[in-house]
Design a protein around this ligand. Structure first.
Ligand code: AP5
Length: 215
C-alpha cells in the first residue's frame, strides 16, 4: 500500500500518518521530520534547510527528491509507505513518476486556512517519534508529555502565526496544483484519489480513512 497524504500545513497529515502506520504496518516518510533530524544533527544540509523552513518556504526540489528516493529504497518500504509532506511541487511529483515510483492512493485533507491557523497555535510534538498533539483537540494524557515515552513535548519553530501564514501561501501557490495533478492521475486509472473533510474530529477522520483503505 503506497499512499500520498496531501494537504495544507496543519491539515492533519502527520496525525493520521501515525494512525495509518499503526493500522496498516507501513512506514511514514515525512520529509519535514527528515529535515528536522538533519537540523538536529547539525549537518550542512540541515543548517541550510533551517533558514528556509523558518521562513516558511520550501527546501529545494533536488535535496528533497534525493532524500525520498534514498528512503524509499530501504527494506522497510518494500510493502508500502506513507508519504507525508512529499511531493509538494509538480517537479517533485514528476521526479517520482520518472523514477517509476507508483502510488496506490492519494488522499487530500481539506481544511480551510482559518482553521489551520487556529490549530497550529496549540500544536505540540514529540520530535523523536513524530507523534503530534494539540492542547485542546488532541491532548496528551499528561500535559506537556509524550504518551509513550513521557518525554517533553515541544513547540515547532515554524508554528508562529506569521510563519504559518507564509507556509499557507506557499501551499496555495506550489502544492495545491498537485490536487489537479493527482485527480488526473486517478482519472487515467493510475491511482485512487480521495478527498476527505479534515475539519472533523481526529477519530472521525481516522475512521473514514480506515473505511476507505480497507475496501
Ligand atoms: P512539514 O513538517 O511537512 O510540515 P507541513 O506539511 O507544513 O505539515 P505539518 O507537519 O505542519 O502539518 P500536518 O498536516 O502534519 O498536521 P498535524 O497532523 O501536525 O514541513 C515543514 C517544512 O519542511 C516546510 O515548510 C518546508 O520548508 C520543508 N519541507 C518539508 N517537506 C518538503 C518538501 N517535500 N519539499 C520542500 N520542502 C519541504 O496537525 C496539526 C495540528 O492540528 C496538531 O496540533 C494536531 O494535533 C491537530 N489536529 C490534527 N488533526 C486534527 C483534527 N481533525 N481536528 C482538530 N485538530 C487536529
Amino acid at each position: 500500500m503506497r499512499i500520498i497524504l496531501l494537504g495544507a500545513p496543519g491539515a492533519g497529515k502527520g496525525t493520521q500518518a501515525q494512525f495509518l502506520m499503526n493500522k496498516f504496518g507501513i512506514p511514514q516518510i515525512s520529509t519535514g521530520d527528515m529535515l528536522r533530524s538533519a537540523i538536529k544533527a547539525g549537518t550542512e544540509m540541515g543548517i541550510a534547510a533551517k533558514k528556509v523552513m523558518d521562513a516558511g518556504q520550501l527546501v529545494s526540489d533536488d535535496i528533497i527528491i534525493g532524500l525520498v528516493k534514498e528512503r524509499i529504497s530501504q527494506e522497510d518500504c518494500a510493502n508500502g509507505f506513507l508519504l507525508d509532506g512529499f511531493p509538494r511541487t509538480i517537479p517533485q511529483a514528476d521526479a517520482m513518476k520518472e523514477a517509476n515510483i507508483h502510488v496506490d492512493y492519494c488522499i487530500e485533507f481539506d481544511v480551510p486556512d482559518d482553521v489551520i491557523v487556529d490549530r497550529m497555535g496549540g500544536r505540540r510534538v514529540h520530535p523523536a517519534s513524530g507523534r503530534v498533539y494539540h492542547v485542546q483537540y488532541n491532548p496528551p494524557k499528561v500535559e506537556g508529555k509524550d504518551d509513550v515515552t513521557g518525554e517533553e513535548l515541544i513547540i515547532r519553530d515554524d508554528d508562529k502565526e506569521e510563519t504559518v501564514r507564509s507556509r499557507l501561501s506557499v501551499y496555495h501557490e506550489q502544492t495545491k496544483p498537485l490536487v489537479h495533478y493527482y485527480e488526473q492521475t486517478a482519472a487515467s486509472g493510475d491511482c485512487e484519489y480521495f478527498k476527505i473533510d479534515g475539519t472533523k474530529a481526529v477519530e472521525k477522520v481516522s475512521a473514514e480513512l480506515e473505511a476507505l483503505l480497507s475496501k
